[in-house]
Design a protein around this ligand. Structure first.
Ligand SMILES: Nc1ncnc2c1ncn2[C@@H]1O[C@H](COP(=O)(O)OP(=O)(O)O)[C@@H](O)[C@H]1O
Ligand SMILES: O=C(O)[C@@H](O)C(=O)COP(=O)(O)O
Length: 426
């Protein structure tokens, strides 16, 4: 059996978000952490999401790791490769959405790449090329304060044009609404005008079904979970995949201690931490102290956690409000602070697992990447959905610790997300 769909995600939360969407649509989906080191049994698998930590690294490195993933996915039979980016288009003028899309396009001789971060289930819509987060344009949303890639422009044609030498066209909503033929014709038109990519508007899932049906005709596409939804539906509609029942597998409870680690500074995560503070013990780490004495702070956090783990779930967070994040950005070592904080949280995760934690929730994409890497987990099977874009993950047995995880994108989930997650992670 060969793969129907290959996906490359630029971070680990994004990968589990996409894997969740594909699984809910009926594709038998596995998430790998990087490329599998050994031969990987793909029998019965329709889609693989290769999770990379490539969103905030130098563009050349992101291109190299994404190309390697694409080569592997195509060798497994994937006829289409989806480059999964963030639904809030997290990137800088240096990349990495443009450079990676360029490279994947070139290596598969794909004349045109459909690009859309729309994901209506989480309020991400694109209209006339402008990205909205619920009711506000991207540049007025909490993403304007992101510690690594603050987003100051909602116009994605402009944003992407700064990242690539190829022309970036626009397919407006009225064309998508008119259906697959109109969309194909418009893509051919923008291609004839010299564009190699096009931002495609989408407001409702029905638009993503149209976009997925058309995008499947190309070798590569770039987008968030909404595009995954459209591609999955098109694969089933075309008969290339037989729809699976996502609820068919029942799993034994995991047991063990439960803990939550938060490194996201998003508005949603800050609110979720406040709500959890009324339900269980919370340790708020001080970023300045963490940066000054990482080892000491990690040891202190673990000394705080160990005696409490037996009594129920606890939460440890470095998360801070925008003014504190901005203050840190003024430091001379600002370029490396995010990474250092991630590594400290990863070390705490390692200590928690050594102390018997088997159910771990991580808030934040980069943070999740650091934690999963530190734990040596090589992949996940996809469990029930906790909230839009966040599934329960079961570490693939025999590789890394046996455990349940939830990798929450900073901005996803309702205010009671942590309790919702723990209920589904027995
Ligand atoms: N108090 C803090 N001040 C500044 N940056 C922080 C703080 N706490 C965590 N960070 C960093 O902010 C970044 C958050 O990114 P990420 O984990 O991807 O969250 P999100 O999912 O919200 O994007 C990480 O690099 C993290 O280490
Ligand atoms: O598409 C999305 O919004 C998410 O899947 C995603 O990529 C999240 O990234 P982080 O907010 O950095 O976790």
């Amino acid at each position: 059996m060969t793969l129907a769909l290959g996906c490359i995600a630029d971070d680990y939360t994004g990968a589990s978000d996409l894997a969740n969407t594909l699984a809910r649509q009926g594709l038998r989906t596995v998430q790998t952490i990087g490329l599998p080191a050994t031969a990987f049994d793909l029998s019965g698998v329709d889609a693989v999401v290769v999770a990379l930590k490539s969103r905030s690294i130098p563009a050349a490195d992101a291109v190299a790791s994404s190309q390697a993933a694409a080569i592997w996915l195509r060798a497994q039979g994937a006829g289409h490769v989806l480059f999964k980016i963030c639904s809030t288009f997290d990137s800088t003028d240096a990349g990495n959405i443009g450079p990676v899309t360029d490279a994947l396009r070139a290596s598969s001789a794909c004349p045109m790449v459909v690009v859309t971060p729309a994901f209506p289930a989480t309020g991400r819509t694109v209209f006339q090329g402008n990205l909205f987060v619920w009711s506000v344009p991207l540049d007025e949303s909490p993403l304007k304060d992101h510690p690594l890639n603050p987003m100051h422009d909602a116009n994605l044609v402009r944003v992407l044009s700064r990242q690539t030498a190829t022309g970036v066209g626009l397919v407006p909503l009225q064309v998508v609404e008119a259906g697959v033929d109109a969309l194909r014709a418009r893509l051919a038109q923008v291609q004839a005008e010299g564009c190699g990519m096009a931002i495609v508007d989408a407001v409702f899932d029905r638009h993503l079904l149209t976009i997925g049906a058309v995008a499947l005709g190309y070798a590569v596409s770039t987008g968030a979970s909404g595009l995954g939804l459209g591609l999955a539906a098109a694969l089933i509609e075309s008969g290339r995949v037989t729809k699976a029942d996502p609820a068919a597998e029942t799993e034994a409870p995991m047991g063990g201690h439960a803990a939550i680690l938060a490194g996201s500074c998003s508005a949603a995560t800050l609110a979720q931490i406040d709500v959890f503070a009324g339900q269980g013990p919370v340790l708020r780490l001080d970023a300045e102290r963490l940066l000054a004495d990482s080892e000491g702070q990690v040891a202190e956090a673990l000394a705080w956690a160990r005696p409490r783990l037996g009594a129920g779930p606890l939460l440890i967070a470095s998360s801070a409000a925008p003014d504190q994040v901005a203050a840190l950005r003024g430091r001379p070592d600002a370029g490396s602070t995010g990474h250092k904080i991630e590594q400290a949280l990863a070390a705490i995760a390692e200590g928690l697992v050594q102390a018997g934690t088997r159910r771990l929730i991580v808030a934040g994409g980069e943070t999740s990447g650091a934690v999963v890497d530190r734990l040596g987990i090589s992949g996940f099977r996809i469990g029930p959905e906790i909230a839009a874009g966040v599934p329960v993950l079961r570490a693939l047995s025999g590789q890394g610790p046996d455990m349940l995880m939830a990798l929450k994108s900073g901005n996803f989930g309702g205010t009671d997300f942590f309790r919702d997650a723990l209920k589904l992670m027995p």
